[in-house]
Design a protein around this ligand. Sequence first.
Ligand code: 5GP
Ligand code: ZN
Length: 116
Amino acid sequence: MTSSDCLFCKIVAGEIPHDTVYETDTVLAFWDITPRANVHVLVIPKTHQDTLAQMAGEDAASVAELFTAAGEVARLEGIDESGYRVVSNVGADAGQEVFHVHVHVLGAQQLGPVGP
Ligand code: 5GP
Ligand code: ZN
């Protein structure tokens, strides 16, 4: 996967419309196109990496930035005190559809148990 055929790289480049929640020089957060919770925001690095595992191996500081940004998204969406979930699907068995690192921030409702 290269950035030229990656959906989320196209979002970073402004080639695909998206609803931005939060942005820094290195991170972009935007609403999931098919929200599966009352708040469902994706947080991505602006540079391409396929999976969180790959990113963790090569650039752990950028992984930390994603989670810091997820906390900022929760604050901006007003769910930091009520609670929220941060998850990342890594690879096929997890159902990862877009192979550009992202974490899902889910909340603004009671969430079910984590599981299959
Ligand atoms: P994954 O299954 O890879 O962890 O999650 C990919 C997420 O990207 C899915 O929740 C899906 O709804 C979302 N998504 C797919 N295409 C688009 C898009 O074009 N725009 C936005 N905002 N989200 C997308
Ligand atoms: Zn990408």
